[in-house]
Design a protein around this ligand. Structure first.
Ligand code: DGL
Length: 254
């Protein structure tokens, strides 16, 4: 049986899921959080779907074996696309929340608009994304923008490095003035949102999806009677076992 004091585990391939943990803490500061990033195996986004499944299942097993966990938030679009079904099958008694690119939010804000979705190769090629995009592509134009290589800059704490900015300028040059909204469909990307916004300019709204995931987590915990009172805490773990990556996570958490 779970109790409200059990942890909300938040999982990502690396430091990206901290952008979701920020949203979770904003609306549920009284909860206990366990964050696990698999930076030793990041990036997931250019791997085979099989690999992402194997790594995600292994991470979940490690998390559930180490801490009492009342809910698992898969704060990784790539792991959600490849493995959320398998996780729910394997742990039917757990609350498991995934994340998906906020295409619905963008379509609601810009009916008939031009929407870009920047995400990893795995996220954009999986069936889950096809289904999501097809729900909106009669009303909107949905353009897929894979960004292989970007996650590594963020994992290396190089968010504002000249190389990172040059990478983004080259990636986004074809879209300047051509998008109403750009959805950040990878939880790492909000950490370079300011650079993306500078390149695209004010005519493009840059959107990310962590907030919806946080609200859904709260809704599910309330339904299960598992919301916690009092002061919450955060534990951060990472498969790299390097104090620098833990320090980076706290810096990103703010
Ligand atoms: N942060 C992850 C996501 O939301 C993936 C990053 C990676 O490629 O490992 O998709």
């Amino acid at each position: 049986m779970h109790t409200p004091d059990d942890y909300i585990a938040v999982f990502d391939s690396g430091v990206g899921g901290i952008s979701v943990l920020r949203q979770l803490r904003r609306i549920m500061p009284q909860e206990n959080y366990l964050y696990f990033g698999d930076s030793a195996n990041a990036p997931y986004g250019s791997r085979s779907t099989e690999d992402v499944r194997r790594l995600t299942l292994a991470a979940a097993e490690r998390i559930f074996a180490s801490y009492p966990v009342k809910a698992l938030v898969v704060a990784c679009n790539t792991a959600t696309s490849a493995a959320i079904g398998l996780l729910r099958e394997k742990y039917p008694e757990k609350i498991i929340i995934g994340i998906e690119p906020a295409v619905k939010l963008a379509a609601d804000l810009f009916p008939g608009g031009r929407i870009g979705v920047m995400a990893t190769e795995v996220t954009l090629r999986e069936e889950k994304f096809d289904i999501l995009a097809h729900r909106f592509d009669t009303q909107c134009t949905v353009t897929r923008i894979p960004a292989p290589g970007l996650v590594q800059f963020i994992e290396a704490n190089r968010r504002d490095a000249n190389e990172t900015k040059a990478f983004l300028r080259q990636l986004l040059a074809p879209y300047i003035g051509k998008l109403d909204a750009l959805v950040l469909g990878c939880t790492h990307y909000p950490f370079v949102k300011h650079n993306i916004q500078d390149i695209l300019g004010p005519q493009t709204r840059v959107i990310h999806g962590g907030e919806g995931t946080a609200r859904e987590t709260k809704r599910r915990l309330r339904l299960a009677g598992l919301l916690r009172q009092g002061e919450g805490k955060v534990i951060i773990k990472n498969s790299l076992g390097d104090p620098e990556i833990i320090r980076l996570c706290y810096e990103l958490l703010g």
